[in-house]
Design a protein around this ligand. Structure first.
Ligand code: GUN
Ligand code: ZN
Length: 400
């Protein structure tokens, strides 16, 4: 398949006209200039970008979007746990997984890390939905054994598996997913720690002050919330730590040492009034940052909108508490939701347009003239209507 258009190779430089060729599930050739023959897809008014990657969302929570006005711990009880409770029905879990996958595809998200529920059938439901598409996903059965409705709680000794062995032919992997320290006893975090080596771990960290206070009531002997996870062996280069809004300097330092990833969820942090993520602190401490929609605290599964919210959060910090806050450019933000997020999920061959890379990309046709402000215009005008084709594992897929 031959595809032509402006190629977003590195969004911090102005995309030039070019073409690429796909064979099987790989990009085999990428060149600037005119295509060697009539392209199968695209043309001079098209733009080719790597697909988006969402590093933090909850498949069962799409129906919970929009219940406003509650702080995190009350919102979980009033809104999130009832939505997750509905997954006790395996058929419903499967339908909702299918809806989540379709929604992601429609938004141009071609890779994700997602929380499911604590039900033993949750992974099978998600695998079934994901198996119908080549979307790349890391999914996790949620581990929790307290401070949640009993039917959503399990025990550390649960005989049903928390994770599955990676299948070489599968684009779905499973992650160790302790919900957060409040909902996990020592025994549950210890079980998560046993499973953690070499696996993706996803959890929440430092989202709201009341959550931190409650965590330290449960874990009074630990130096910090981050230190709790560290004691149980949950922090390593495959740890995806959602939010990280309220971290002290020693916690950033610990994350740097362990090579964990802070997953910034800017829309969710505004919706639940959690706070303004400190991108400068993450950068100063050399902590990797990825971006997540965090559906349902975030209301928008569109990663360009999440990228925009990251820029707006940085601007809000600059206008209020941090006059020297660095503001990411649209190009940096676009790179974050494509190649940086792909790298955070271990997709070393994803999120980029280069020979040998996975052919997971989007062909866009924006309704404005293409000029040197292309990435900013895409980001600030963004609509899924710009997406004319989604290419997944080398195949054009429909979003329905
Ligand atoms: N902390 C623990 N669980 C959740 C969740 O489902 N959403 C958010 N935003 N924070 C959490
Ligand atoms: Zn979350």
């Amino acid at each position: 398949m031959l595809i032509a258009g402006r190629l977003i190779m590195d969004a911090t430089t102005n995309p030039q006209p070019g073409w690429l060729r796909i064979e099987g599930d790989r990009i085999i050739d990428v060149e600037e200039g005119d295509p060697p023959s009539r392209p199968d897809v695209g043309g001079p008014d098209h733009v080719v970008t790597p697909g988006f990657v969402d590093c933090h969302l909850h498949f069962p929570q799409f129906d919970a979007i929009g219940v406003d006005g509650l702080p995190l711990l009350d919102w979980l009880k009033a809104t999130v746990y009832p939505a997750e409770h509905a997954w006790r029905d395996p058929a419903w879990a499967q339908i909702q997984s299918q809806q989540a996958v379709r929604r992601l595809l429609r938004e141009g998200t071609l890779g994700c890390a997602a929380y499911l529920t604590s039900h033993p059938h949750a992974i099978a439901a998600a695998r079934h939905a994901l198996g119908e598409t080549p979307l790349r996903a890391i999914v996790g059965r949620v581990m929790m054994d307290r401070e949640a409705p009993p039917d959503l709680c399990s025990t550390a000794a649960d005989p049903e598996p928390w994770i599955e062995a990676d299948r070489p032919d599968s684009r779905t992997q499973t992650a160790v997913t302790p919900r957060f320290a409040i909902a996990c006893s020592d025994a549950m975090l210890a079980r998560a720690g046993e499973l953690a080596p070499g696996r993706f771990v996803q959890t929440h960290l430092g989202e709201q002050q009341a959550e931190i206070d409650r965590t330290l009531e449960f874990y009074p002997d630990d130096a910090s919330y981050t230190a709790v996870y560290d004691r149980f062996g949950l922090l390593h280069e495959r740890a995806l730590l959602g939010h990280c809004v309220h971290l002290a300097s020693d916690e950033w330092e610990l994350l740097r040492r362990r090579r964990g990833v802070a997953v910034h969820c800017p829309q969710a942090n505004i919706f639940l009034q959690s706070g303004l993520f400190d991108l400068d602190a993450a950068r100063e401490h050399g902590v990797r940052v990825a971006l997540g929609s965090d559906i349902a605290a975030g209301s928008d599964a569109s990663m360009p909108r999440v990228a925009r919210a990251m820029i707006e959060t940085a601007k809000a910090r600059r206008l209020t508490v941090a006059p020297k806050a660095a503001i990411p450019t649209p190009g940096e933000a676009w790179n974050m939701v494509t190649r940086d997020n792909a790298a955070a999920l271990g997709y070393d061959d994803g999120g980029v347009l280069r020979p040998g890379a996975a052919a997971d990309l989007l062909i866009l046709r924006p309704p404005f003239d293409i000029d040197e402000h292309l990435i900013g215009r895409l980001l600030y005008n963004w609509s899924t209507d710009f997406i004319v084709h989604r290419v997944l594992a080398g195949r054009v897929v429909s979003d329905s």
